[in-house]
Design a protein around this ligand. Structure first.
Ligand code: CP
Length: 305
């Protein structure tokens, strides 16, 4: 069972020790073989999405239904009383009376932390601005572990918008629990934030910053691509200049090892050519399927006493 440090829910990847990650990966693997059950019968999950989502919201909701539970919620701030000026704190203090766990996505980086401060039930951070997206990172590790093998010893590239991309922030934090070589691949303007690099340095994790991914493609076991986060740019002209910076093509796969795998949290815009999709090395759609067992495992841990 998850220990006391998860009593407020899952807000940051920093909450997880290696032991915690290994435990939840084991639980996630078990859930792959359990399609439907009554484990969460009588429980209610609230999904509060103030920002758009396809995979995160629907996989949490599907996971909850497949465990016999029910779901309430909204998927736009336009249809909640936030629109009338209600605060996040008051929203949480209300919704906790209607549910057993709250999954929340918000554009503010501190939103999940704030919600957890006021909630008496667990909060799951489903994406907080440019900050973190810890459950995505957990499903990413489940994908790597199932599709490639043990994490220790792997060469892993995180590529794209490392400044604003919340999935790569959480993923690099989780990876810092393993003996991996990390390559941060991005344009100079979108480099990984100092606070995330400092975190890796403190944990003595080897990382390198690179602009041209082709220079290291042949040594990578995993390349985790991300889109340029249009919605985070203050200046739309800056986004227009950089939006097509990377374009991974089918020819690039020829340079990769046999066991190389290409991941992406999705949505993908133009950074991966569609003709890459049919390669067995491109596993980003399979990756989406691991959202269900991982989120089933997390919901079960947080809602069963
Ligand atoms: N990976 C991810 O967070 O996707 P959505 O934005 O569709 O939820």
């Amino acid at each position: 069972m998850f220990n006391q440090k998860f009593s407020n829910g899952i807000i940051s990847a920093k909450q997880f020790s290696r032991e915690d990650i290994d435990y939840i990966l084991k639980k996630g693997k078990e859930m792959i073989n359990i399609k439907n059950s009554n484990l969460l019968q009588g429980k209610i999950l609230a999904t509060l999405f103030f920002e758009p989502s396809t995979r995160t919201r629907l996989s949490f909701e599907s996971a909850m239904y497949r465990l016999g539970g029910n779901v309430i919620g909204f998927h736009s701030s336009d249809v909640s009383s936030i629109k009338k000026g209600e605060t996040i704190a008051d929203t949480i203090r209300t919704v906790e009376n209607y549910s057993d766990c709250i999954v929340m996505r918000h554009s503010l980086e501190g939103a999940a932390t704030l919600a957890a401060k006021f909630a008496k039930i667990p909060i799951i951070n489903a994406g907080s601005g440019s900050g973190e997206h810890p459950t995505q990172a957990l499903l990413d590790l489940l994908t790597i572990s199932e599709e490639i093998g043990p994490l220790d010893g792997l060469n892993i590239g995180l590529m794209g918008d490392l400044k604003y991309g919340r999935t790569v922030h959480s993923l690099s934090i989780l990876l810092s629990n393993y003996n991996v070589n990390v390559y941060f691949i991005s344009p100079v303007q979108l480099r990984m934030r100092n606070r995330d690099k400092d975190f890796l340095q403190q944990r003595q994790i080897n990382y390198k910053e690179i602009i041209n991914y082709r220079k290291i493609l042949s040594i990578l076991d995993v390349l985790y691509m991300t889109r340029i986060q249009k919605e985070r740019f203050v200046d739309s002209e800056e986004y227009e200049k950089i939006k097509n910076y990377y374009h991974f093509m089918k020819e690039d796969l020829k340079e990769t090892k046999d066991n190389f795998r290409l991941l992406h949290p999705l949505p993908r815009i133009t950074e991966i050519s569609p003709d890459v999709d049919n390669s067995e090395k491109a596993i980003y759609f399979k990756q989406t399927s691991y959202g269900i067992p991982m989120r089933k495992a997390l919901l079960a841990e947080l809602m069963i006493d």
